[in-house]
Design a protein around this ligand. Structure first.
Ligand code: HEC
Ligand code: HEC
Ligand code: HEC
Ligand code: HEC
Ligand code: HEC
Length: 311
């Protein structure tokens, strides 16, 4: 019994000591640490974050251009914020601007690390229950947040954009062997499964026409959404003959910048007239792609069917 108490006492003492060693992580302003410091322990989360667009929010070319090489000062705070706040209260982090929206932006406030749980970490931490709610993203994503609210969706932003998987919050021996498995929100934003599940796309061949229907099935906001960036969802319908020669082609662009996105659960229908040579065989195809300025195009959905040229 006594021995047990001593061991527990020793362990608490060790935790406090070890904790104190990491108090520098809680510094703010000029002393705010780089995300590399968090990467000592949270390696998997760091890896996911560093590959995604929050990490490039300041350094990416479209932003650099749109702000005339960072001269438009009003644009900067949100793209490299010191800490989470309401839109008007966002402030620029004085250091490591190239890291954009980094670990400290979302987790560090009032010299404290906030997380969704109430864990005993290597560093002091407090629970912020809003971290798993859409409200947490609202300060920077207000227009999208408002669309989400109006949609009545029960799913929070994080459920689609940071889906939880079982795993450990820290990697590397010996620390990882001391923490249990728990549900970890992946620090990703846009990924293949999200894009391929977003829309439903179907076609119908009529007499002398082709009818394409497209539904914003799985976004809880307009598809595409956004106020600042140039996000596009592009519908391309083609008809090719047996020699693969294109005899019909038409494109519809849904653009966040033009405000021409498809509202939640809405279906848009296009009916195109077709004049095809009698007796010949053709193939009709509709593809939906995701296009963002300066990035590779990504597939969302396809539909195809044979078309006879009539008699
Ligand atoms: C401090 C401000 C800030 C916070 C907080 C924030 N975001 Fe963002 N988010 C941005 C900015 C700025 C971009 C644009 C990044 C870019 O592409 O340059 C962005 C981009 C995105 C994108 C699009 C990524 C892409 O591929 O272009 C998604 C999705 C996203 N955020 C979701 C979220 C979710 C979900 C949350 C809440 C958990 C959140 N964001 C919190 C500022 C923020
Ligand atoms: C755009 C905001 C944002 C950024 C940037 C961000 N996080 Fe998170 N983080 C969150 C949210 C939201 C959660 C809660 C996710 C959940 O539990 O479903 C979270 C959860 C966590 C957790 C607890 C485990 C979990 O998933 O619940 C750790 C640890 C963590 N983040 C570390 C980091 C580190 C390290 C970085 C930088 C490499 C980072 N985060 C960058 C928003 C962010
Ligand atoms: C020396 C290792 C170490 C470093 C460095 C470190 N952490 Fe942690 N952190 C931990 C451990 C251990 C936990 C608890 C993990 C568990 O129990 O699953 C944790 C937990 C967390 C949590 C979840 C807290 C909660 O109660 O929900 C967040 C958020 C977090 N860390 C963010 C950060 C950020 C941001 C940085 C960089 C500024 C950082 N950590 C640096 C070891 C570290
Ligand atoms: C039900 C799942 C779901 C929820 C909930 C959700 N999103 Fe999305 N989000 C998507 C899908 C799917 C896409 C990609 C297709 C598209 O453009 O709509 C996307 C794309 C985005 C983009 C990139 C621009 C774009 O439209 O491609 C941003 C930014 C974004 N979401 C922010 C948010 C924010 C902020 C919230 C919470 C207020 C949120 N999302 C809630 C599914 C979701
Ligand atoms: C309140 C936060 C906020 C402010 C202020 C802000 N942005 Fe953004 N910016 C975002 C978010 C969130 C996104 C991603 C989704 C969207 O477009 O809403 C984004 C995306 C972008 C993108 C697209 C990046 C990419 O990867 O393609 C550009 C360019 C951009 N912003 C330029 C600007 C300019 C120029 C200003 C000033 C006029 C500005 N932003 C001010 C939050 C902000």
């Amino acid at each position: 019994m006594k021995k047990g108490l001593i061991i527990v006492g020793l362990m608490i003492g060790l935790l406090v000591l070890v904790g104190a060693k990491y108090d520098y992580l809680l510094e703010m302003g000029d002393k705010t640490v780089k995300s590399a410091e968090c990467n000592q322990c949270h390696k998997a989360i760091y890896e996911d974050w560093s590959k995604n667009f929050h990490a490039k929010a300041y350094s990416n070319d479209p932003f650099k251009k749109a702000t005339k090489d960072y001269q438009e000062k009003a644009c900067l705070p949100c793209h490299a914020a010191q800490e989470m706040a309401e839109e008007k209260a966002l402030k620029l982090r004085p250091v490591h601007l190239e890291e954009g929206i980094n670990c400290t932006t979302c987790h560090l406030r009032n010299n404290m690390i906030y997380g969704p749980y109430k864990l005993t970490a290597k560093h002091p931490s407090e629970q912020d229950a809003s971290m798993i709610k859409s409200e947490f993203c609202a300060g920077c994503h207000m227009p999208t947040y408002q669309e989400w609210q109006a949609s009545g969706s029960k799913r929070q932003c994080q459920e689609c954009h940071m889906p939880r998987v079982e795993g450990k919050a820290v990697q590397g021996f010996p620390l990882s062997s001391l923490v249990p498995k728990r549900m970890i929100g992946q620090h990703i934003q846009i990924y293949e499964g999200l894009l391929t599940g977003a829309a439903s796309l179907t076609g119908e061949i009529g007499t002398g026409s082709i009818r394409i229907s497209l539904t914003n099935k799985a976004s809880a906001h307009t598809m595409p959404t956004g106020k600042y960036g140039d996000y596009r969802v592009v519908l391309t319908t083609t008809v090719v003959d047996a020699e693969d020669k294109t005899v019909f082609s038409k494109q519809e662009i849904f653009s966040s910048q033009k405000g021409s996105g498809i509202p939640v659960q809405k279906t848009v229908v296009y009916e195109y007239p077709l004049t095809l040579a009698a007796g010949k065989q053709y193939t009709a195809k509709a593809t939906l792609t995701y296009q963002v300025q300066g990035r590779p195009e990504r597939a969302m959905a396809t539909w195809s069917a044979p078309v006879g040229g009539g008699t």
